[in-house]
Design a protein around this ligand. Structure first.
Ligand code: ADP
Ligand code: MG
Length: 360
């Protein structure tokens, strides 16, 4: 359906896309992942001609997008784009947001457009908000309206640019559920997302972007479980982990807890385990001897369910596991009771404490 050949995009001296090549087939659901700043949004915007590529070719059903003779507005209508920030018309009601495009751009009758809009609002669960204004809606609701508005134009392909990253964590799942629902209808989708569980479950193919190219692509099992290339592997490892750096004893405990909880929720760890992790983090920090530079991290492997907490601190070697090192060893005893194993090592001027945490 879409072919992209040698696509490049430069902003002045900045080469964002170097050489992007991809074929997107009808009905495919493609997720794009990668570190920020690697050109994921730019790529979507080039597909939609919101940016003019510097070089290369894009064709849609054989029609060259970049040809001067091509009717760009017409082609663009075949693609709907959902942005991070909703971009609804705030002076129009929800219903009018959905009908303005079909009526003004596609010349549909108002009755027909209204009927279709109501159908779509039902589909995204917002029929009762038809006469509300965007400002009266929550972020998750706004984004669902934005998706319905896209669908109102009957696009053949939907492009999503991080559709959930501007949302409160509590609203992410309602938007993902709507996207999942649309995926079932067989519409072609390209989704830039940081929601890895979602990407893994919904996609037929995952593209990892880095270095201005599609650095690695493959089925979700490959990209998430057996990435073939170095940078993909490092990225997947990093997103499976959570890191927190502390430089004083008066660290922000609430922030730490919230971070841990979000990580646990993201990986759907059980509530009990979440509580244990939060306690362990506190205890582990409690037995640190120096607080100049402490890094706490949590690593979760979805494959085998292994969970590891690592605490690194710079300073002289102090092994808290050694008899008599801690004045009070209650914390340590709690840690031992809740971990499968506790290991201390020292290297490169860093004390490293590794806890294997018991699963469920
Ligand atoms: P991603 O979506 O992967 O985070 P982007 O495509 O948004 O990355 O941006 C890639 C790079 O291109 C960034 O360094 C960004 O600052 C730069 N960039 C994006 N749009 C523009 C623009 N209109 N003008 C100049 N630089 C831009
Ligand atoms: Mg982006």
């Amino acid at each position: 359906m879409i072919t992209v050949r040698n696509l490049s995009k430069h902003f002045g001296n900045l080469v964002v896309l170097r050489d992007v090549n991809i074929d997107i087939r009808k009905g495919e659901i493609i997720s794009i992942i990668g570190p920020s700043g690697t050109g994921k949004s730019t790529f979507l915007r080039c597909l939609n001609l919101l940016e003019t590529p510097t070089g290369g070719n894009i064709t849609i059903d054989g029609i060259p997008l970049l040809d001067k003779k091509t009717n760009v507005p017409r082609l663009r209508q075949r693609m709907g784009m959902v942005f991070q920030s909703f971009n609804l018309y705030s002076h129009l009601s929800v219903l009018e947001n959905l009908t303005i495009g079909p009526v003004k751009l596609q010349g549909r009758g108002r009755m027909e457009a209204n009927r279709k809009a109501m159908e779509l609002l039902k589909l995204v669960g917002l029929a009762e908000k038809a006469h509300s204004f965007p400002d009266e809606l929550s972020g998750g609701q706004k984004q669902r309206v934005a998706i319905a508005r896209c669908m109102a134009m009957e696009p053949e392909i939907l492009l999503f640019d991080e559709p959930t990253s501007a949302l409160d964590p509590t609203m992410v799942s309602e938007v993902l559920a709507v996207i999942r629902r649309l995926a079932k209808e067989g519409i072609t989708m390209v989704i830039v997302t940081h929601e890895m569980e979602f990407a893994r479950n919904i996609s037929s193919r995952v593209l990892y972007m880095d270095e201005g190219i599609i650095y690695e692509e493959g089925p979700p099992e490959q990209i998430f479980e057996k990435p073939q290339k170095e940078k993909t592997r490092a990225f997947i490892q990093r997103i499976r982990s959570w890191h927190y750096s502390i430089s004083s004893k008066d660290y922000d405990l609430y922030r730490l807890q919230a971070g841990l909880e979000t990580f646990c929720d993201k990986h759907m760890l059980q509530k009990k385990l979440k509580e244990i992790i939060v306690h362990l983090a506190e205890e582990v920090l409690g037995i640190q001897s120096e607080f100049t530079a402490v890094d706490l991290s949590l690593h979760y492997s979805e494959k085998d369910g292994n969970l590891e907490m690592v605490c690194e601190s710079t300073g002289k070697p102090v092994n808290p596991l050694e008899e008599g090192v801690l004045e009070d060893d209650i914390g340590l005893r709690l840690i031992r009771a809740r971990s499968e194993s506790v290991l201390y090592t020292y290297g490169n001027g860093r004390n490293i404490l590794r806890l294997k945490i018991k699963g469920n």
